[in-house]
Design a protein around this ligand. Structure first.
Ligand SMILES: *Cc1c(COP(=O)(O)O)cnc(C)c1O
Length: 474
């Protein structure tokens, strides 16, 4: 019996010739499809040997082929599902590190399309016909926006911190407060970066209190640099003492040392206009006399992944000559995006055009009416099968910025008599355009603040689709 059934299993070649599989090959790589088909055949064969599939259920070659096609199609869908795609952020966290941080403004996307789709003057000076610098415009924009003497751009802020320390403190000592030994996740820890850069870390002060004399007492002839790290993703409260950037800069000035600050987020505009706490702008930090300042492109700045270094020309020139700098070079598409975003700041259009800033400025009334529209849309379709409540909630900025700040916001809270909140929460993620919501107590929360205009309809339809599907399967 088993022998007979095994003999009915089609060959890989035969299955690849089937209509549905041929269709898959058109959309996907042949080698990948072949691998999926081979795995499906092996799975069926194993099932026969294990007695899971018998001749009673699979009497013809056609039936077996269909099983294999089905299985391969499932694997294919999973693969496609895993590839990069857009999702709906219903978490209310604006700069979500796992969801790509800052969404890019239209102008950046247009320019990436226009310029990236062809050849460009990336490193070509059209006036002279000679080799040009890929950084020139971005650097000029940064100087105007921050008031710094010099600027450079690398792949991300982690690289910026590393290159700065490697260039300026290799084989020497770096003094840092014990309150600023930051970990930002993804295995970026300041102490490790200092060590890997080739510098020696000298810790001063305590977790809650560090004084200027702590820095002063630790200076030796091996000291190269005083490092300040912005507490971007945490706060220390209570009985605390922190030394200001300008005080450290003064000390460094007296002793002929370099002073550097890793700002983390690095914002260019005051955040108070959104009702948030003051976050020092890069310009303000430049004014404190800090020599080297590093920050991210995709946090509060609202641009692409990038690491930005601004400060003293002499020091930045050294970094540009560091052979490791080439290894952390920013890609041309990110550079085009960064240039576009910095231009928006220069034109005073950042607040209008940067998606996360648009989300920041949405007022409660607007969010409420959006929520009400979704609520009535869902209730019209599903009636008693779901309960939608419009609730107050608090959102956070994310991206390791302003950790204590909460934005008053509005969410819809879903509960359904036909499925558990856990299942609904999971099903939302499995939609063609996944919706990432939050699970709180026994309901599913979808925040209104982080939805794009085109998301509202998808949220409405997605919820109705899930509940209707569940009802049809009951
Ligand atoms: C986010 C952050 C970094 C790392 O920046 P990336 O651009 O993510 O590499 C480094 N230091 C601080 C303080 C940060 O907040």
């Amino acid at each position: 019996m088993v022998e007979q059934l095994l003999r009915l299993i089609p060959s890989v070649h035969e299955v690849l010739g089937e209509k549905h599989i041929a269709q898959m090959i058109k959309q996907y790589d042949r080698t990948m499809v072949k691998k999926m088909v081979t795995e499906a055949i092996n799975a069926f064969r194993q099932g026969v040997i294990d007695g899971q599939y018998t001749q009673q259920d699979y009497s013809s070659k056609e039936a077996i082929t269909n099983w294999i096609i089905n299985d391969a199609q499932g694997a294919y869908k999973k693969e496609v599902y895993r590839s990069h795609r857009r999702l709906i952020n219903g978490t209310g966290i604006l700069l979500h590190t796992n969801m790509g941080r800052a969404p890019l403004p239209q102008i950046a996307l247009q320019r990436i399309g226009d310029i990236g789709g062809g050849y460009s003057n990336l490193e070509f000076n059209v006036e002279t016909g000679k080799r040009g610098s890929r950084y020139e415009t971005v650097e000029k924009l940064l100087l105007t926006l921050t008031g710094a003497e010099s600027a450079m751009v690398v792949n991300n802020n982690a690289a910026a911190v590393f290159i700065a320390l490697n260039t300026l403190a290799y084989g020497q000592e770096v003094i840092i407060s014990r309150a600023e030994q930051v970990e930002i996740g993804g295995s970026f820890r300041i102490p490790d970066i200092i060590t890997r850069s080739g510098a020696k870390m000298v810790e001063v002060g305590t977790t809650n209190r560090t004084y200027i004399h702590d820095y002063g007492d630790a200076i030796t002839e091996d000291t190269a640099l005083l490092l300040k790290v912005h507490k971007s993703n945490y706060r220390i409260e209570g009985f605390t003492e922190e030394v200001s950037g300008s005080a450290i800069a003064n000390l460094a000035g007296e002793k002929g040392l370099i002073v550097m600050e890793d700002l983390g987020s690095g914002c260019l505009l005051p955040m108070e206009s959104y009702g948030l706490a003051h976050e020092p702008t890069v310009k303000e930090v430049v004014e404190t006399g800090i020599h080297i300042i590093t920050f991210s492109g995709d946090k509060l700045l609202g641009g692409p992944q990038a690491g930005i270094i601004v400060g003293k020309q002499e020091l930045i020139n050294k970094m540009k000559k560091n052979p490791l700098t080439r290894m952390v070079r920013i890609d041309k598409l990110s550079l085009i995006a960064l240039e576009s975003v910095l231009m928006l700041y220069l034109q005073n259009k950042a607040q209008e055009e940067l998606p996360y800033m648009q989300m920041l400025s949405r007022d409660i009334k607007e969010l409420e009416s959006r929520a009400m529209a979704i609520k009535s849309g869902i209730e019209e379709t599903l009636g008693q099968q779901i309960s939608v409540e419009v609730v107050d909630e608090l959102n956070s900025i994310g991206g390791g910025a302003l950790p204590k700040e909460k934005l008053p916001s509005i969410a819809i809270a879903l509960t359904s008599p036909c499925m558990t909140a856990t299942k609904l929460h999971h099903s939302l993620r499995l939609l063609e355009t996944p919706i990432v919501a939050r699970l709180k107590d026994d309901h599913v929360l979808i925040s209104m603040r982080t939805l794009f205009d085109e998301d509202y309809d998808k949220v409405l339809q997605g919820i109705c689709y899930i509940i209707n599907k569940e009802l049809s399967e009951l």
